[in-house]
Ligand binder design. Structure first.
Ligand code: NAD
Length: 438
C-alpha cells in the first residue's frame, strides 16, 4: 500500500513514520526545502522522543521517503493525508490557506482514484471546501478522476506523539462511502490490534470532535486554575482539593493540574477557532469563551507573584527560568506560557537567564539575544535573584537546593507547576511560591 503525507511537522512526520513502520510505503511532502533536505539525511527537524530512530529505520528499509514533489509522490498512492498547519487567522478563525493550497495541488496532479484525508485540525465544512477546489481543478484539466474525502483528526500529544500514534485510545474517521472507509480501515488495522476502537462517523461530526476534545481539555485546565486561585484567597490547598474531586469517577484525576495557563500549538488556537465557528453561525460559546478569558488571566499569575515579591520593581533583577517549551518532552514553544512570562519580565527591565533541555534553539529564533541562555539548569540560577520553574521537565524535579542556595543571590523559588514540596524548599532557606497552595 502506498500513501502520501503532506506536511512534515509534528503531526505529518509522526503520521508518515508510524504508517511506514507498519509496512506502508509513505512519501512525505513539504514545501520547506531545508526541512526536506534534513529529513532525507535521516535527521528530524523537531524534538519528539523515539521518532528519529524509527524514521531512520524506515528510510533504510525503503518505506519512507521525503520530497517537495507532490505530483510524483501521488502516483499510485491510495490516500493522501493533509497534515499541514492551520494557524489562527487575525479574527481567531483557522487559517486554511495551507490546506487549500494542498487541495489545489491535488486537483492539478492526481491521475487515479485517491482518498483525500484531512488530518489537520480544521473547522466543520473544510472537507467540502477541499472537495470543491479539487473538482474545480479537475474540471480545468478536463478530466473526471474519482476521489473521496475523509476526515481523520489527530489526537497525539507532543512529547509522546509516537507512542500515542502507535497505540491510540481511539481513532476517529469521518467518511462518506464504503470505498474510502475500506482504505482507512486497512491503513489503521495495525493500530487497533489492542482492541481500541475506530469510530466511523459523518465528516462534520469528525471535524467537530477534534475541537470538542481540545475545548474540553482546555476547560479542565481553566477550571482547576480558577479553583487554585480561589484556594489562595481562602487558605485551602489545591493539591488536596484536586485529590478530593479527582477520586470521583465522574470527574477523574487526569488533566486537573493547575499551572501558568495552557499553551502550545493547539489549545489556544483551537479554542479561538471554535468560538469563531460558532459566531459565524450566530451562536455564542459561553463556556468556551470563559475558558479562554480565564486562561488569558492565568498566563499572568506567575508574573504577578514575581512582581509583588520584588515590590513592583524588577529593573535589573536577574530571573532564572527553568523550562521554555509549552510542556515537557517537546521543543515546541508556540504559545508557551514561559515565553509569555519572559516577555513580561523583559518589559519590566528584568534580566532573564533561561534553560530548557530541548527548546533552546527554538527560543533563540524568537527571543534572540534579549535573554541569556544557560548551558544547564544550575548555570541559569547563578547569581539569580529568583528561580521560576515554568515547564516541569523531569530533570527539574529533584534539584540540588543546597547548591542553589550557595550560588543564587536571592533565595526565592516560584514553582509554576507545584512540583516541589513547600516544606523542603523552605527548609533549604528559600521563600517559596506555588499555585493554589498555602
Ligand atoms: N502539534 C500537535 O500536537 C497537533 C496535534 C493534533 C493535531 N494537530 C493539528 O495538525 C496540523 C499540523 O500541526 P503541526 O503541529 O504538525 O504543524 P507544523 O507547523 O509543525 O507543520 C506543518 C508543516 O506543513 C508544511 N506545509 C505548509 N504548507 C504546505 C504545503 N502546501 N504542502 C506541503 N507542506 C506544507 C510546513 O512547511 C510545515 O512543515 C494542525 O492543523 C494542528 O492543529 C497538531
Amino acid at each position: 500500500m502506498k500513501i502520501v503525507v503532506a506536511g512534515t511537522g509534528y503531526v505529518g512526520l509522526v503520521t508518515g513514520t508510524c504508517f511506514a513502520e507498519t509496512g506502508v510505503t509513505v512519501t512525505c511532502v513539504d514545501i520547506d526545502k531545508e526541512k526536506i533536505k534534513l529529513l532525507q539525511e535521516g535527521k528530524t527537524p523537531l524534538y519528539e522522543p523515539g521518532l528519529e530512530p524509527m524514521m531512520k529505520r524506515n528510510i533504510e528499509k525503503g518505506r519512507l521517503s521525503f520530497t517537495t514533489d507532490l505530483e510524483k509522490s501521488l502516483e499510485g498512492s491510495e490516500a493522501i493525508f493533509i497534515a499541514v498547519g492551520t494557524p489562527p487567522g487575525e479574527d481567531g478563525s483557522a487559517d486554511l490557506q495551507h490546506v487549500l493550497k494542498v487541495a489545489s495541488e491535488i486537483g492539478k496532479n492526481i491521475k487515479s482514484y485517491v482518498v483525500v484525508v484531512i488530518k489537520s485540525t480544521v473547522p466543520v465544512g473544510t472537507s467540502e471546501k477541499v472537495r470543491k477546489i479539487i473538482r474545480e481543478e479537475l474540471e480545468k484539466r478536463g478530466v473526471d478522476i474519482p476521489f473521496d474525502m475523509a476526515s481523520n483528526p489527530e489526537f497525539l500529544k507532543e512529547g509522546s506523539a509516537v507512542e500515542d500514534f502507535l497505540r491510540p485510545e481511539r481513532i476517529v474517521i469521518g467518511t462518506e462511502n464504503e470505498r474510502a472507509a475500506e482504505i482507512m480501515s486497512r491503513l489503521y488495522k495495525p493500530f487497533v490490534l489492542n482492541n481500541h476502537p475506530i469510530y466511523y462517523m459523518d465528516i462534520p461530526s469528525a471535524e467537530l470532535t477534534k475541537y470538542a476534545a481540545n475545548a474540553m481539555l482546555a476547560t479542565r485546565i481553566s477550571f482547576i486554575n480558577e479553583i487554585a486561585n480561589l484556594c489562595e484567597l481562602l487558605g485551602a490547598d489545591i493539591n488536596q482539593v484536586r485529590k478530593g474531586i479527582g477520586s470521583d469517577s465522574r470527574i477523574g484525576n487526569k488533566f486537573l493540574y493547575p499551572g501558568p495557563g495552557y499553551g502550545g500549538s493547539c489549545f489556544p488556537k483551537d479554542v479561538k477557532a471554535l468560538i469563531r465557528t460558532a459566531a459565524e453561525k450566530g451562536y455564542e460559546m459561553k463556556v468556551i469563551a470563559a475558558v479562554e478569558k480565564a486562561n488569558e488571566y492565568q498566563k499572568n499569575v506567575l508574573f504577578f507573584k514575581i512582581r509583588n515579591h520584588f515590590n513592583n520593581n524588577l529593573k535589573g533583577r536577574t530571573i532564572g527560568i527553568w523550562g521554555l517549551s509549552f510542556k515537557p518532552h517537546t521543543d515546541d514553544i508556540r504559545e508557551s506560557p514561559s515565553i509569555y512570562l519572559i516577555e513580561k519580565l523583559l518589559q519590566e527591565g528584568a534580566i532573564v537567564k533561561a534553560y530548557d533541555p530541548a527548546a533552546m534553539e527554538e527560543t533563540k529564533k524568537v527571543l534572540g539575544n534579549r535573554v541569556k541562555y544557560a548551558s544547564d539548569q544550575y548555570e541559569a540560577v547563578i547569581k539569580a535573584d529568583a528561580l521560576v520553574l515554568v515547564t516541569e521537565w523531569p530533570e527539574f524535579r529533584l534539584p540540588d537546593l543546597k547548591k542553589m542556595a550557595e550560588t543564587m543571590r536571592g533565595k526565592v523559588i516560584f514553582d509554576g507547576r507545584n512540583i516541589y514540596d513547600p516544606l523542603e524548599v523552605r527548609k533549604a532557606g528559600f521563600t517559596y511560591y506555588s499555585i493554589g497552595r498555602k
